[in-house]
Design a protein around this ligand. Structure first.
Ligand SMILES: OC[C@H]1O[C@H](O[C@H]2O[C@H](CO)[C@@H](O)[C@H](O)[C@H]2O)[C@H](O)[C@@H](O)[C@@H]1O
Ligand SMILES: [Ca+2]
Length: 734
């Protein structure tokens, strides 16, 4: 793991009131002795929070004279005993006992703490939900670092919420989400909250092409029996459906890229896992499209090396597993996710172009993307030969094991009853083909496709996904075609030779790739998309059902992806902005699909998380970028503002919460999503430590789109409508 706080470069650590927790509360630097030198008084903390004088336990303050005078020119600081204050704070303010202080708690919303300059003799009231919840967060962090007493800057409690959230993301959340797989950390990184087996053990599967990793992990397991690490070779043909099904009895991590490094303590060169960022919550592995979205924020936060590593992981996956995996767990071996590799690699290249090895990095990534393009997306069964468009259509057998236990109950129970079996007997019989249910096979074919699309789940895709040439996938492939053509022409003298290890079925080692072919492919795809997916009357794109041979008519926010990839013409873009955008724009940004398309929901037809009224970070980001690309700057800014406002407001009102997805129609508690497996990121005690990967990124990225004026308005929690009114009033008065 990257060490927390490493990236906040500060040489005056002790004087930075907003330093990262590791610095502020950490053992060596965080003991902020330097600053105390200017004060004089004898220390005996008056701790009103616990109603008694409390002696200082961190010896450094004892017997130091500090002044009783409060200077209005000095930023306020508090002298606080961590544990008793925490106790009092929670018992008074956390009235619903969930270890968070939110607007739903009915406490007095005020707590007195002692000021530092008076040695806690004078009291100051911390008031309001936001400051109190920040106090809870700071005390929890201080406790994590083993602190008994702290000097706490008021600036950490009343910090502008936009600055606070951006700061937490860049100095804490990314670190909380960063993993490396190499051995010492296998307990943390191997953990899978989705594991359904009775006694999960850390297990890693190694592809045949990476014997050095097999040697590394078996040595580690031998030397560290206490790790219980189970190291297994993968079969040569590791994506065979029946083989992957059989692995479900012993699920495990799939190895990803490692690098050589010299270990001075042992004097030998060894392997070390390259870092990557996980989505968060129950998703504790390297994901496909989450990684791309995360990279957009990481790059702004100058974590270029981290994003570069994630691209290298993807190249490793394509080389050894034949695809960018849904995520690197054994049960995802047959499944990919929406492809973004070329854009991700180009963004990294742009930042490292003057460094040695930059061009090799771009070459490797491009070769991998070409292999992926041919063998995953442009081969059957994903390729529909008639339209020459692509579909999400992964292989697999049986019931996807990683979903929440009850997910398929309503589908499978009638079959279990029909066969006179218990639920789990039936699942086993079905998975191992002792019973045949072709209807269920069809259901799960589409279900797997839904999951490959990343939009799991949605009524747009249910029971039909594998047949759809979707707007999303074909927009992304258009971007691959354009990017690959441009890369080959601009960086490789218009000729790229495919090496044997980046050739999959149907490819020939030594085959030469030129820009003309890729540009032709892009033009052809645009023609096909216009023919099958574009609806001139509606002024928007729809998915095309390759079996029924008709457009589905389901209104989805993916209709804006052709703006992101440059597939739409300026005229189509104008139609999308005028006609489609109003259907999707709501209080908190863009909703995933329209209410009309979703239809009635109820007990028999529950909410699906990728439908109305939910909104997701990737949908927002791709629309912002797409709108900007076609010159619709004001629309991009407005949508970004709505989303940022909603995220900030929930963050302020709900103890710093940042979640996987939001109900974008809900103004008070948009993080509350009751659909499928709930909302990842909301279940923390005291302090959020990770946020959620792609929402973190959307926040950092979105803030680069809005004006300074908008940013200030967001900091004061001004809704978009009020912001517009205020701006108009200002314009009139000028
Ligand atoms: O375990 C249920 C499903 O979880 C994943 O999907 C959701 O989380 C992913 C990670 O943030 C995200 O990429 C995806 O868009 C979400 O819908 C997983 O990708 C599915 O395969 C899995 O069945
Ligand atoms: Ca509470």
């Amino acid at each position: 793991m990257t060490s927390p706080g490493k990236h906040r470069r500060t040489s005056v650590i002790v004087d930075d009131p907003l330093a990262a927790p590791s610095v502020y509360y950490g053992t060596s630097h965080g003991r902020r002795t330097g600053r105390a030198n200017t004060y004089s008084a004898y220390t005996q903390i008056q701790d009103t929070a616990v109603g008694r004088n409390a002696p200082v336990e961190d010896g450094r303050y004892a017997n130091r004279r500090i002044s009783h005078d409060e200077s209005s020119f000095q930023p306020r600081k508090f002298l606080i005993r961590v544990e008793p204050t925490l106790k009092t704070l929670l018992s008074r303010e956390d009235t619903d006992d969930n270890m968070q202080i939110t607007i739903e708690d009915n406490g007095p919303k005020v707590l007195s703490v002692g000021t530092f300059t008076s040695n806690a003799y004078n009291k100051f009231d911390i008031r309001g939900n936001y400051m109190l919840s920040n106090l809870l967060q700071e005390l929890t962090l201080a406790q994590d670092y083993g602190r008994k007493t702290i000097v706490l800057d008021e600036a950490r409690l009343n910090e502008n919420p936009v600055s606070r959230l951006s700061r937490l993301i860049s100095t804490s959340f990314w670190d909380g989400l960063t993993r490396r797989i190499d051995g010492n950390n296998i307990a943390q990184v191997g953990k899978d909250p989705k594991d359904w087996t009775p006694n999960p053990v850390p297990r890693i599967y190694i592809p045949r092409g990476a014997p050095e990793q097999y040697e590394f992990y078996t040595r580690f397991a031998r030397e560290h029996p206490e790790s219980r690490l189970d190291v297994q070779w993968l079969a040569e043909n590791c994506t065979d459906e029946l083989y992957v099904r059989d692995l479900n009895k012993a699920p495990g991590l799939l190895a990803i890229a490692m690098e050589e490094h010299f270990d001075p303590s042992s004097g030998r060169t060894d392997l070390k896992g390259l870092p990557f960022v996980v989505p968060g919550g129950r998703f504790n592995e390297l994901y496909g499209w989450d990684s791309y979205m995360e990279s957009l924020g990481l790059l702004i936060n100058d974590r270029v090396e981290l994003v570069k590593s994630m691209v290298i992981h993807f190249c490793f996956c394509i080389k050894h597993y034949g695809k960018i995996l849904n995520a690197n767990r054994s049960y995802y071996l047959c499944r990919s996710q929406p492809p973004f590799l070329t854009d991700m690699a180009l963004r990294v290249y742009d930042r490292i172009r003057y460094e040695p090895g930059a061009l090799d990095f771009l070459r490797e990534a491009t070769l991998a993307a070409i292999k992926e393009y041919y063998t995953v997306w442009m081969s059957e069964p994903r390729l529909d030969k008639e339209t020459n468009l692509s579909r999400y259509r992964p292989g697999g057998v049986g019931v996807p094991p990683e979903t929440e236990a009850s997910h398929f109950e309503h589908i499978l129970t009638p079959y279990a009853e029909k066969h006179g079996m218990t639920f789990s007997e039936f699942v086993d019989a079905y998975n191992y083909q002792r019973v045949s249910e072709p209807e269920l096979d069809e259901y799960f074919l589409h279900d797997r496709a839904v999951r490959e699309s990343g939009h799991d789940t949605s009524y747009r895709l249910e029971k039909v996904a594998a047949n759809l040439a979707t707007v999303d996938l074909n927009s992304l492939l258009y971007k691959y075609e354009v990017d690959i053509g441009r890369i080959i022409r601009t960086h490789f003298g218009d000729k790229l030779v495919m090496p044997a290890d980046m050739c999959g079925p149907g490819m020939t080692p030594g085959q030469v790739e030129t820009s003309a072919t890729w540009e032709r492919r892009a033009r052809k795809r645009r023609l096909m998309v216009d023919k099958y997916l574009w609806d001139e009357e509606e002024g928007m794109y729809f998915d095309y059902d390759t079996v029924k041979k008709q457009r589905t008519g389901y209104e989805s926010a993916t209709t804006f992806w052709p703006l992101w990839s440059g597939l739409a013409t300026p005229r189509q873009a104008a139609a999308l902005v005028e006609r489609a955008l109003p259907k999707f724009e709501v209080f908190g940004g863009l909703v995933s699909g329209t209410e009309r398309s979703r239809g009635q929901v109820g007990l028999d037809r529950p909410n699906r998380q990728w439908d109305y009224p939910f909104g997701w970070a990737p949908q927002q980001i791709l629309a912002w970028v797409g709108l900007q690309r076609y010159g619709y700057e004001a629309d991009a800014q407005r949508l970004a503002y709505r989303w940022l406002y909603m995220v900030t407001k929930a963050f302020v009102d709900f103890n710093g919460v940042v979640v996987e997805k939001y109900d974008v129609t809900r103004q008070i508690d948009p993080h509350r999503v009751e659909a499928e497996y709930g909302n990842q990121g909301s279940d923390f005690k005291g302090v959020p430590r990770e946020g959620f990967g792609w929402v973190n990124a959307s926040y950092i990225y979105g803030l680069t789109l809005v004006s300074a004026h908008m940013k200030r308005a967001l900091g004061t929690l001004t809704t978009w409508d009020d912001f517009v009114k205020a701006t108009e009033a200002l314009d009139i008065s000028l």
